[in-house]
Write a protein of this length. Structure first.
Length: 131
C-alpha cells in the first residue's frame, strides 16, 4: 500500500490508479494515495451500492472492474483527468442490478399485497441485464 503512495509522490501524476482487491478498503492506503495525486481511479473486483458510496466518500473519483477492457481504463483515466467522475458500464450495471433486486426484496417483505409478478419481472430484468 505505502509503496504506491511513495512512488506517486515522486512522480506527481494527475491520476493515480489504485488496484483494490475488494470494495472493503484500508482507509490509510486510500488516503495516502489520494495525498499523492489529485484524482484516483479504483480497480475493483465487484461492486455494490454501499461499496461505491464508501469509495467516493473516501475521495476516489472513479471506479471500474478489474476485468474491464483496456479501452475502458483509458477512457476512465481521461474522464478523471478532465475533472469528471467515472463509473464503468459493467460496474454501473452491477450496481443497478443490486439496487433493483434490493428494492424487489424490500417490496416482498413490506408490502404483502404487492403484485408479485411485477416484483419478479423486475428481479428477472435486472439479473438478465447484468449477465
Amino acid at each position: 500500500g505505502g509503496g504506491i503512495a511513495k512512488q506517486a509522490k515522486r512522480q506527481a501524476p494527475d491520476v493515480i490508479v489504485l488496484p483494490l482487491e475488494d470494495i472493503s478498503l484500508d482507509d490509510d492506503f486510500v488516503s495516502d494515495a489520494l495525498a499523492a495525486a489529485p484524482r484516483a481511479l479504483g480497480l475493483v473486483a465487484d461492486g455494490s451500492v454501499s461499496g461505491l458510496r464508501e469509495l467516493f466518500g473516501m475521495g476516489v473519483n472513479g471506479c471500474i472492474l478489474h476485468s474491464a477492457a483496456q479501452e475502458e481504463l483509458v477512457s476512465a483515466i481521461h474522464e478523471l483527468h478532465e475533472g469528471r467522475r467515472y463509473v464503468g458500464p459493467s460496474l454501473a450495471s452491477a450496481v443497478v442490478t443490486d439496487f433493483v433486486v434490493s428494492i424487489a426484496r424490500a417490496a416482498k417483505q413490506t408490502t404483502p399485497d404487492v403484485d408479485m409478478s411485477i416484483v419478479q419481472a423486475s428481479e428477472q430484468a435486472a439479473t438478465t441485464a447484468h449477465a
